[in-house]
Design a protein around this ligand. Structure first.
Ligand SMILES: Nc1nc2c(c(=O)[nH]1)N[C@H]1C(S)=C(S)[C@@H](COP(=O)(O)O)O[C@H]1N2
Ligand SMILES: [Mo]
Length: 226
């Protein structure tokens, strides 16, 4: 049997998922890749599919772990290493502050998430534009998303439109949901949140999975209007 990280359980489908407020924000699937690079840089740069095509294309099979304890094993991603983008395009063209420690990802549906550079610049972190042989759809991150298998799903932003370089930790929303965002969110260490221990949060999150999956699916199918 496939060994899953602590507290995780495999499910057979790969559901559209996230925080409830993003369920209704379905991103249309016909957009071209356009990622602005900004923040603590000398020069803002825009990344398109053309820019990315200069980097080696990488195929990767990896497991996906949501903080609410569901995992989907064996997803087949295709895209570009964030490490290659950072070293070959962002560093020479945008010239990030040498003290940079975070990238803040901003998404077309309004989702945003800071991720530490030390967790991003590894060989298995991809900017993926394809899943299981097809272009990413509205459910899974069109036109391009981050895939960071060693971190929980909430550090795998979909529909990326802007990446900002930050030296200090980007400010978080004052109180709401602060406990869910662990600065590193490493699956192997069960870093589910910053206020409560991971094993405890398992039990908080598990009962929410079913209703969240159904809610996201209804909006994706256009059955419910916002
Ligand atoms: N733009 C965006 N990215 C997002 C989310 C979201 O709501 N919007 N949800 C996050 C969470 S909590 C999870 S578990 C995964 C779910 O990815 P999936 O919808 O492809 O299964 O996306 C993450 N990235
Ligand atoms: Mo998640």
């Amino acid at each position: 049997m496939h060994q899953l990280p602590p507290g995780q359980r495999a499910i057979s489908t790969f559901p559209r998922f996230g925080l409830p407020q993003f369920a209704s924000r379905v991103v249309a699937a016909d957009q071209a890749v356009r990622i602005e690079i900004g923040g603590a840089v000398e020069q803002e740069v825009e990344i398109t599919a053309d820019t990315l095509s200069n980097l080696p294309r990488v195929e990767q099979i990896s497991d996906f772990h949501c903080v609410t304890t569901w995992s989907k094993v064996g997803l087949q991603w295709s895209g570009y290493r964030l490490l290659d983008l950072y070293e070959q395009i962002i560093q020479p063209l945008a010239i990030p502050d040498s003290a940079a420690q975070y990238l803040l990802f901003r998404c077309l549906d309004g989702y945003k998430i800071p991720i530490m550079l030390c967790d991003l610049l590894t060989s298995d972190v991809l900017l993926a534009d394809r899943l299981d042989g097809k272009a990413l759809d509205s459910a899974h991150g069109t036109p391009i998303r981050l895939v960071s298998p060693q971190q929980y799903g909430y550090k795998n932003p979909k529909h990326i439109k802007r990446i900002e370089v930050w030296v200090d930790p980007p400010p978080e929303h004052p109180s709401r949901f602060r406990f869910i965002n662990h600065p590193r969110a490493r699956v192997a260490y069960e870093e589910r949140g910053q206020k409560l221990p991971g094993w405890l949060l398992r039990h908080v999150y598990r009962p929410l999975i079913g209703t969240t999956i159904r809610r996201f699916a209804r909006f994706e199918e256009g059955v419910v209007s916002p």
